[in-house]
Design a protein around this ligand. Structure first.
Ligand SMILES: *Cc1c(COP(=O)(O)O)cnc(C)c1O
Length: 357
């Protein structure tokens, strides 16, 4: 028998979420963001759940090649661009659209021998200060790109630092408008948070990631509560042992939990080597037999422990929901001081995965 932990991935939830995003995005086309192995879900496993998308965005060349080899013929966007001039042979062969964020990339495209012009996304740095040309150079870089015979369609791209919080996208968006509002090009600015909160930024293409997987860009489930998203990843395990604690008994490494009265705890086959956050404190929510309870003590590599006080019926083999249908990954992440993105991406390869249509 395998360890009882397993993840279920619901392709129907992906399809559903994509259709909701489409409703929000209006006439904009959709780059479904599947970087980081589809946010930890497994690109090969799940991309067909998103095959109604207009294109896939990712940043690993291997992942782009995988999509092509599995039959995706539509657009693919490399969100970080290419990393060295030699990569252009693959971009040409597989017809990949690339972000261009630096002078050297335009020079390399100009110097390359291509079978056809490459479509590019000109990344403008409007305040995030990671990738991109200084926003004030938008016009000059656009003119340069348009002048190159190896360059096909040019789309303007930028990325918001605060679309998911109260600072908002306004200041960055104003900078983009001021520097590039007059340029006759297609535009692509909005991530999940901007799709939900800043419809004025939608334009021609949007780039949803986290909402496709059914989680919140801000980490606050209230933000997506009325959207009707469904979680794609459901992580389950079982109680594999029960301990009856007396008052004063401790649990786990560092004895971080001390029972104030007699109660039972359950030992769950799930630990940080499965992707559960090691820093989740006592009190992190978890469901046993469908009843909400919480972790107690440190998370171990292969096990975690839960308070069974709210679930007196719990026994060996009781079902444990770690996150999914009834417990948003955002709530587990918030308790652990992180975001749903990180937990999804961290799902360990040793966890068996079942894909449900
Ligand atoms: C990851 C990423 C996205 C998607 O972000 P979400 O917050 O998951 O919607 C969009 N654009 C770029 C450039 C990204 O790197």
């Amino acid at each position: 028998m395998p360890r009882p932990i397993a993840a279920q991935l619901h392709l129907s939830a992906l399809r559903h979420n994509l259709s909701l995003v489409r409703r929000h995005a209006g006439t904009a086309k959709i780059w479904s963001v599947v970087k980081a192995n589809a946010y930890g879900h497994g690109l090969a496993r799940i991309w067909q759940g998103l095959d109604a998308t207009d294109g896939f965005a990712l940043l690993d060349l291997n992942e782009a090649v995988l999509l092509r080899e599995q039959g995706w013929q539509g657009p693919i966007l490399l969100l970080e661009g290419f990393f060295q001039p030699q990569d252009l042979a693959l971009l040409d062969h597989y017809r990949l659209t690339t972000t261009v964020h630096s002078d050297w990339q335009l020079e390399a495209i100009n110097a390359a021998r291509l079978t056809a012009p490459l479509n590019i996304y000109l990344k403008l740095n409007s305040g995030m200060n990671r990738l991109g040309f200084p926003i004030g150079q938008a016009e000059a870089v656009w003119q340069w790109a348009k002048s190159l015979s190896n360059v096909g369609d040019v789309t303007l791209m930028s990325h918001f630092a605060n679309a998911d919080n109260t600072i908002g996208a306004g200041e960055q968006f104003a900078r983009i408008q001021q520097a590039s509002g007059h340029i006759p090009a297609a535009r692509c600015f909005a991530n999940s948070a901007a799709i939900l909160r800043h419809p004025e930024t939608h334009y021609d293409w949007v780039r949803p990631g986290i909402i496709l997987y059914g989680a919140s860009p801000s980490g606050d489930v209230a933000d997506i509560a009325d959207m009707g998203l469904r979680p794609v990843m459901h992580l389950h395990s079982e109680i594999i042992a029960i301990q009856a604690l007396s008052a004063g008994h401790h649990v786990g490494y560092g004895s971080r939990y001390s029972a104030s009265s007699a109660h039972r705890i359950g030992v769950v086959a799930c630990g940080y080597a499965d992707g559960y956050p090691r820093l989740a404190p006592s009190g992190t929510p978890i469901l046993v037999d469908g009843i909400m309870t919480h972790t107690v003590g440190s998370i171990s590599m292969d096990m975690l422990t839960v308070d069974l006080t709210p679930c007196p019926q719990a026994q060996l083999g009781s079902k444990v929901e770690i996150w999914g249908e009834n417990l948003p990954i955002d709530n587990v992440a918030a308790a652990a001081g992180t975001v749903g993105y990180e937990l999804m991406c961290a799902l360990a390869s040793r966890v068996p995965v079942n894909v449900c249509a």
